[in-house]
Design a protein around this ligand. Structure first.
Ligand code: APR
Length: 181
């Protein structure tokens, strides 16, 4: 299997426990906290995270901004905003791809070598989870091919079903690449 695929780890877990250099938060455009993984990250990081976020002036969908991790094991939190699913006709897939890619560009900018992602937009934002997993895997695999400085990307799923979607997407992509090379 190509090296870049072996750098992608799919697991079930709580992203707030990940000891990666950076964990990615599926935030909303205010960056002022919320439910889901956003709420979990803010609870685990403590109130200083919200204080730093409040000074960032929000974040448009598809973009990413980085803060410290405070009480989290991770040194950094990369806050990104995924698309709200509205049926697929409003560029949601491209916005999700941008959220993954811009988060990884932030990781490179701050020198993070290991990055953990939740399944962005597949909760409150209702993006279809299988398609989201395909976009996640293809985007991070493409980025790893261009940025060998990233050592590992962990796709931290919150359910076995989500893990299986990501694993299937990874097998399919790695298999296709293998047949091509
Ligand atoms: N660790 C890892 N994954 C988690 C965790 C956790 N602790 N908690 C939830 N998840 C998973 C969800 O199961 C889902 O698969 O994260 C994925 C993203 O779901 P949400 O957190 O609902 O995020 P999203 O769908 O992107 O919606 C963002 O929700 O929490 C609010 O403020 C946030 O308004 C924003 C919106």
């Amino acid at each position: 299997m190509e090296e870049r695929f072996s750098k992608i780890i799919v697991k079930v877990g709580d992203i707030t426990k990940e000891d990666a250099d950076a964990i990615v938060n599926a935030a909303n455009s205010s960056l002022l906290g919320g439910g889901g993984v956003d709420g979990a990250i803010h609870r685990a990081a403590g109130p200083d995270l919200l204080t730093e976020c409040a000074g960032l002036g929000g974040c448009p969908a598809g973009e990413a901004k980085t803060t410290k991790g405070y009480r989290l094991p991770a040194e950094y939190v990369i806050h990104t905003v995924g698309p709200i699913w509205r049926g697929g006709g409003r560029g949601e897939e491209k916005t999700l791809e941008n959220a993954y890619r811009n988060s990884l560009l932030e990781a490179v900018r701050v020198g993070a070598k290991t990055v953990a992602f939740p399944a962005i937009s597949t909760g409150v934002y209702r993006f279809p989870p299988q398609r989201a997993a395909e976009i996640a895997v293809s985007t991070v695999a493409e980025f790893l091919g261009e940025h060998p400085e990233i050592e590992q990307i962990r796709l931290v799923c919150f359910s076995q079903e989500s893990k299986e979607y990501h694993e299937a997407a990874l097998r399919s992509l790695a298999g296709r690449q293998g047949s091509v090379d």
